[in-house]
Design a protein around this ligand. Structure first.
Ligand SMILES: [Zn+2]
Length: 260
């Protein structure tokens, strides 16, 4: 079937129902330990079909990706005051791509922005095998008595591979360029990056569709099979500086149309 779907020339306020999907592979370069009694970036989950797997929740990846997109934007001096801590400007490429709520940001604008970037839980390609239950003596600081605290220590072996799909809705070439460039810059995960292992991130290709077609969950049978994917290099994407400045112009045009 001939595809008539194309990337958009300019972003639109209302969705055109075009989904740009990128299967992404994240490879752990260091061995990482997770403890069950602390909030962690990687967890385990028991799937009926896939067994026990390590997972990285999408919100963790999205949070890190947003931070990277914003950093790069500041490097190009576009809305450099925009900040993730309740200080969203609501008019920059990063806010446009990842969304924001007008009345909770300091800009107090009357509109909200829905995220155009969607994702799913990243799932490890192999099952969890090494689980070390571990009992630690927790000494109470108040009375110096010793109590037993049970915690589970899990080792995620290095070279563990995670699979997931990142989706960009209603994409322009410039938006794709920003997303692709920053996915490649994902070299560590989590907020407390210093305590965390390094990762290598690879984009496996892309698919343009009128729906969200791809999912690592359905594709995972050992190595996931996403079927036929297109090569990113065929897209002839604008360079990253141009992508940011064009998207910035496009966002300003859209906001002007809203009459704010
Ligand atoms: Zn912003």
């Amino acid at each position: 079937m001939m595809s008539t779907l194309n990337l958009l020339e300019k972003p639109t306020i209302l969705s055109k129902g075009i989904y740009f999907q990128l299967p992404v592979k994240i490879i752990l370069l260091d061995e990482t330990i997770i403890r069950s009694n602390e909030p962690e970036e990687v967890l385990t989950f028991g799937y009926k079909r896939l067994g026990n797997r390590f997972i990285i929740p999408w919100r963790k990846i999205k949070g890190k990706l947003r931070r990277l997109v914003l950093e790069k934007q500041r490097f190009y001096e576009i809305e450099p005051q925009c900040s993730l801590k309740d200080d969203l400007c609501m008019k920059c490429p990063t806010c446009f791509l990842f969304g924001g709520t007008g009345d909770t940001s300091s800009s107090k604008v009357k509109y909200n922005i829905l995220s155009r970037i969607y994702g799913e839980t990243f799932i490890s390609g192999s099952e969890v095998t090494q689980i070390t239950p571990y009992t630690a003596n927790a000494v109470s600081e108040k009375d110096y008595t010793t109590g037993q605290a049970l915690m589970s220590i899990l080792t995620i072996p290095k070279e563990t591979v995670f699979y997931g799909v990142i989706t960009l809705k209603d994409p322009t070439k410039e938006m794709v360029s920003i997303l692709v460039e920053n996915i490649k810059r994902l070299t560590r995960l989590g907020a407390r990056s210093v305590e965390w292992g390094r990762v290598q991130t690879e984009i496996q290709g892309y698919r343009l569709s009128d729906k969200e077609e791809l999912s690592a969950y359905y594709a995972l049978k050992g190595e996931p099979d996403f079927g036929e994917l297109n090569d990113i290099s065929e897209l002839d994407l604008p360079n990253i500086r141009e992508a940011y400045s064009k998207t910035n112009e496009h966002v300003k045009e859209l906001i002007a149309k809203l009459g704010n």
